[in-house]
Design a protein around this ligand. Structure first.
Ligand code: ZN
Ligand code: ZN
Length: 142
């Protein structure tokens, strides 16, 4: 399991993305470190708003962190952005996501190899600019 980064490590990561390490960006990044699956802005706001963070600011922070390459944004098909941390032990482009068709929870699955003959694959597949998604019922809904 990934260890929780120190405040200084979080600051360094944010500055490495070319951003100022504001307190709310630090709070958002720290939360994404703790979450084990992609989360929506609503999830982030629900966790951090009680601490006094403004949901609009949190949304901007998520977008900033995504634009800076620290966080990955994905749409699992319900037009809600989910955000997850990009980390070396967790290559977001290489692992599929499981999406529950009932409750909408998203879980990361272990990386898989796409076995598609190169000649038959569109450029995006060869470049891994695609998302692999499995849909079905989660344990709680199934
Ligand atoms: Zn479910
Ligand atoms: Zn994931």
């Amino acid at each position: 399991m990934a260890t929780t980064p120190t405040l200084e490590e979080l600051r360094t990561a944010i500055r490495g993305g070319g951003l100022r390490a504001t307190p709310s960006r630090l709070a958002v990044l720290e939360l994404l470190h703790r979450m084990r699956q992609p989360v929506s802005h609503a999830d982030v706001a629900a966790k951090l708003a009680p601490d006094g963070w403004d949901p609009v600011t949190l949304y901007r922070n998520l977008i900033d962190l995504a634009d800076a390459g620290l966080v990955r944004r994905s749409d699992v098909g319900d037009h809600v952005w989910r955000f997850e941390l990009i980390r070396t032990d967790h290559d977001a482009n290489a692992h599929p996501h499981f999406v529950c068709t009932e409750c909408g929870i998203v879980a990361c699955l272990p990386p898989i190899d796409l076995v598609i003959p190169r000649a038959k694959a569109p450029r995006a597949v060869r470049r891994r600019e695609v998302e692999v998604q499995l849909r079905g019922l989660c344990d709680a809904c199934g």
